[in-house]
Design a protein around this ligand. Structure first.
Ligand code: NDP
Length: 294
């Protein structure tokens, strides 16, 4: 039987609609308009597209969107001054610095400078540490989206064997913590893992965040497993425009997996929706009102 397709487009649209409802409620009941500031340094075309999408969806959810576009030659101290201003601005509840930064700018110094209360990307070490110790934290958006997608298939992830491929701070590492919070049994694998296909085949829930086009083959997947494909890779296509594929051989996996996310149309859709969730949560926490219902 062909795998169930986990439709990130529909699930993300539903999440954005629920965020918009909650934004309307906090505006009405508390006079609070959550605000997200996005900082873009330079002219990376992919980053420009992401930033535009973020601004559009932030406004569509009823939140305030602030864009700060800085030239590629911006110095670290000028960038840190912008962050300091945003940290102090009461209309801004979330700050996102679009990565990667142009060469020469130390992204860790920039991430460290963001007020942890406004760190909606969840990359500041304070939030990463809080997540790792089981404390409430702002959590990176892509892993949050992965958990939401997995839970559309399994009401509970408790006791499931979850295998993650990739150990980045952005995806793999926070996924470990989020899956532990769901009481899954978690294995994290990476480029030094021995016999990766065998490790993957143990997974009831397989999450691939590698950045290698179609690396995960059908025979790495346990029959009936749920597969969440985080990878976004552009490869050559016959029409010369190139096409996006994930880290999983999607066509092959369809006949083995129980459920799978497509690329595009899977995890990528959830990332911005979860950014809106984080901005709303940050705004409520800063204002000292109860956490929103999303
Ligand atoms: P990184 O490059 O930071 O990390 C990749 C990870 O994959 C590393 O831990 C690396 O291991 C591991 N890896 C590399 N090669 C292999 C291999 N042959 N076998 C096993 N593991 C391997 O990538 P990110 O985590 O930032 O992103 C991963 C993918 O997810 C990319 O395609 C990216 O575009 C996509 N992405 C998608 C998002 C979305 O919204 N859908 C958001 C963020 C990322 P090691 O640590 O040993 O080097």
């Amino acid at each position: 039987m062909a795998a169930r397709i986990i439709d990130g487009k529909i699930i993300a649209a539903d999440l954005r609609a629920r965020v918009a409802d909650e934004v309307a409620r906090v505006k009405r009941e508390h006079g609070l308009t959550p605000g997200l500031a996005v900082v873009l340094v330079g002219h990376d075309p992919a980053s420009e597209v992401y930033v535009r999408t973020k601004a559009k969806q932030t406004e569509a959810a009823g939140m305030a969107s602030f864009e700060h576009k800085l030239p590629a030659e911006t110095s670290l101290s000028d960038l840190l001054s912008v962050i300091a201003r945003l940290n102090a601005d009461p209309a801004v509840h979330g700050i996102l610095v679009q990565l990667p930064l142009p060469k020469g700018l130390d992204s860790q110094k920039v991430i460290d400078a963001i007020d942890p209360a406004k760190d909606v990307d969840g990359l500041n070490p304070v939030n990463a540490g809080r997540l790792a110790t089981g404390l409430p934290a702002l959590t990176p958006c892509t892993p949050l989206g992965c958990i939401i997608l997995a839970k559309t298939v399994h009401a509970s992830l408790e006791g499931m064997n979850a295998v993650i491929i990739g150990r980045s701070n952005l995806v793999g590492r926070p996924l470990v913590q989020l899956l532990l919070n769901e009481n899954a049994t978690v294995t994290i694998s990476h480029s030094r893992t021995r016999d990766l296909p065998k490790v993957c085949k143990q997974a009831d829930l397989l999450l691939a965040a590698v950045g290698k086009p179609e690396m995960v083959k059908a025979d790495w997947i346990k029959p009936g497993a749920t597969v969440i494909d985080v990878g976004i890779n552009r490869i050559a296509s016959t029409d010369g425009k190139g096409k996006l594929v994930g880290d999983v051989d999607y066509q092959g996996a369809l006949s083995v997996a129980g459920a799978i996310t497509p690329v595009p149309g899977g995890v990528g859709q959830m990332t911005v929706a979860c950014l809106l969730v984080n901005t709303l949560r940050a705004a409520c926490a800063i204002k000292g009102i109860a956490a929103p219902g999303v």
